[in-house]
Structure formats: structure tokens, C-alpha cells
Design a binder for this molecule. Structure first.
Ligand code: 5GP
Ligand code: ZN
Length: 120
């Protein structure tokens, strides 16, 4: 079942209440550019349903998380990451306060492009 948290910034982006530079969208996922990129390419993949973090995942989410993993390399190339092995990309999924998570809606960072990067 799809859930929406009215106080969540990424739920607002999904609902179109906050603008974003969208990269990809389907029934389950939204992908958009990070507002403060650390790398020449930096976008975020989020499930459309509100899941606070990876700590809330259950076996019913296996397909959703698997889809993100399989979609990431395709979108990374489309967004300008250079091909593997000299190029590539980094995937980061911060979880919880000690994990460095600021936005409490599960998201995967995908970063790439020529170095040096601002962070990471
Ligand atoms: P976290 O630290 O939670 O892993 O990362 C949250 C990310 O969301 C940060 O990299 C931040 O720049 C990005 N972000 C926060 N608010 C917005 C927003 O309103 N729009 C977009 N596009 N990105 C955002
Ligand atoms: Zn949310």
C-alpha cells in the first residue's frame, strides 16, 4: 500500500508540491537531481511510498529495492557518468542519524562524473 507523509519533503516532491528536476519516474519510483550536488552527476532515487529509511524495510520491499539497483547503472550513464570501469558511479544510502541521514524518506544517492568531487 502506498503511504504519504504530509510533513515529508520528498513526499511533497513526489506529489509535485515542491519542484524538482526529474530524471525518471514510474509507478513505484521517482528519480530527481539533488539540490546540492557533491559530484558532476548527483541524483536521488526514492520510492513513491513513504518509507522512512532502510531500517523499515521488510521482505515485501525486495522487488522495489532490487528495481533501484538495476535501474541505477542505466540512469547513471544517461545522466553523464562515464562507463565502467574507468568511469562508474557511487551509490550511498544513509540510514539514521549516525548513518548521516537528514531526510527521513528512504533515498539512494547516485554520484559520478570526473573527479575531484565536492564531497565523497
Ligand atoms: P541525506 O543526508 O538525508 O542522505 O541526503 C538528503 C539529500 O537531499 C541531500 O543531499 C540534499 O541536498 C537533498 N535535498 C534536501 N532537500 C531537497 C530538495 O528540496 N530538493 C532536492 N532536489 N534535494 C533535496
Ligand atoms: Zn516521504
Amino acid at each position: 500500500m502506498s503511504t504519504h507523509d504530509p510533513d515529508c519533503i520528498f513526499c511533497k516532491i513526489i506529489a509535485g508540491q515542491i519542484p524538482s528536476k526529474r530524471v525518471y519516474e514510474d509507478e513505484d519510483l521517482l528519480v530527481f537531481h539533488d539540490i546540492h550536488p557533491w559530484a558532476p552527476v548527483h541524483f536521488l532515487m526514492v520510492p513513491k511510498t513513504h518509507i522512512a529509511s532502510m531500517a523499515q524495510l521488510t521482505p515485501e520491499h525486495e522487488r522495489l529495492m532490487g528495481r533501484m539497483m538495476v535501474l541505477a547503472p542505466k540512469l547513471a550513464l544517461e545522466q553523464g557518468c562515464n562507463p565502467y570501469p574507468d568511469g562508474g558511479f557511487r551509490m550511498v544510502c544513509n540510514t539514521g542519524t549516525e548513518g548521516g541521514q537528514e531526510v527521513r524518506h528512504l533515498h539512494v544517492h547516485i554520484m559520478g562524473g570526473p573527479r575531484p568531487w565536492l564531497r565523497g
